[in-house]
Design a protein around this ligand. Structure first.
Ligand code: DBV
Length: 258
């Protein structure tokens, strides 16, 4: 089946994709920033495949949405639905390095064993007070409000901890009757508050010095290299779409500033 999307900014069309609300909100909130499409080759805008045993074939669809603006180098979302249950939204918003801004990262994943929710404004320079003072105090108060209403996410890989802020909203939600309620009553308003705060920071951000921009660029590249190297979805994507397509997708589209 062919996709009728001609560029990354056109709406995705995965029917019954669990995370549609969150991408729709992101598109709405970005409309005030005069976005333009992010250049993404057709092979990565839409991909479809079959998986499972020959007697019980299931379909997996992946679509990539993306944009860029005056201050945002790349905002992109990997949107995947595999069969009835497995549903992934991986949204990363990367500002240009001539603004003292963090990344916005949302990893919302439904697997047969439960929902995984990772949401954060991730510092490009975690130990740099000039970089973090703009957003951490308020982010911590937003985080405190929502994290207390969610089950914990448990341990995260030790080498990943340096890439998360103290405002990292992290939860693993079992696939039980309360799950949908937690997503609509807690995750949706939490996501809106995190994204509104991030876009306020973007709106108010001023151009920084050349010297400082280089420092930001260094921090951004380190983050991107780590995420490309340790992408927890690599195995799953390789299973669905093959090794070479997956490596190109991860390194040339999802984490393309290395
Ligand atoms: N994660 C991605 C991309 C995905 C994706 C591009 C296209 O970076 C999905 C899809 N994340 C995804 C899946 C899983 C996770 C897990 C499918 C489940 C893997 C599994 O259980 O089999 C936040 N995502 C995770 C985990 C964390 C994050 C902490 C659990 C730990 C893990 O399994 O590694 N955001 C994610 C992350 C970093 C970040 C790992 C690292 C800095 O910023």
């Amino acid at each position: 089946m062919q996709s009728n999307r001609n560029n990354s900014l056109e709406p995705i069309s995965i029917s019954n994709w669990r995370w549609a609300y969150f991408l729709d909100e992101t598109i709405k909130k970005f409309s005030i920033f005069e976005p333009s499409p992010y250049p993404i080759n057709n092979d990565f805008l839409f991909r479809e495949s079959l998986f499972g045993s020959s007697s019980n074939h299931k379909k997996v669809i992946l679509e990539t949405w993306g944009l860029k603006t005056e201050k945002i180098r790349q905002a992109r979302c990997a949107c995947l639905q595999a069969g009835e249950i497995t549903s992934v939204m991986n949204l990363v918003i990367s500002p240009f390095n001539n603004y003292d801004l963090p990344f916005f990262g949302a990893d919302f994943v439904t697997l047969p064993n439960g929902h995984l929710i990772a949401l954060d404004l991730q510092p490009a320079l975690k130990d740099d007070i000039i970089h973090t003072k703009y957003f951490l105090p308020k982010l911590k108060s937003i985080h405190a409000k929502w994290q207390s209403k969610l089950p914990s996410g448990g341990d995260i890989p030790s080498d990943a901890q340096q890439y998360f802020s103290p405002g990292f909203l992290w939860s693993r939600i079992p696939l039980d009757e309360d799950a949908d309620k937690l997503i609509s009553q807690i995750i949706k308003p939490a996501f809106d508050e995190y994204l509104n705060f991030f876009l306020d920071l973007v709106g108010n951000a001023k151009i920084i010095s050349k010297e400082r921009s280089l420092k930001l660029l260094h921090g951004q590249r380190k983050y991107m290299r780590y995420r490309a190297k340790k992408d927890p979805a690599r195995g799953m994507l390789r299973g669905f779409f093959g090794n070479s397509w997956t490596e190109s997708y991860i390194n040339n589209i999802l984490f393309d500033l290395q």
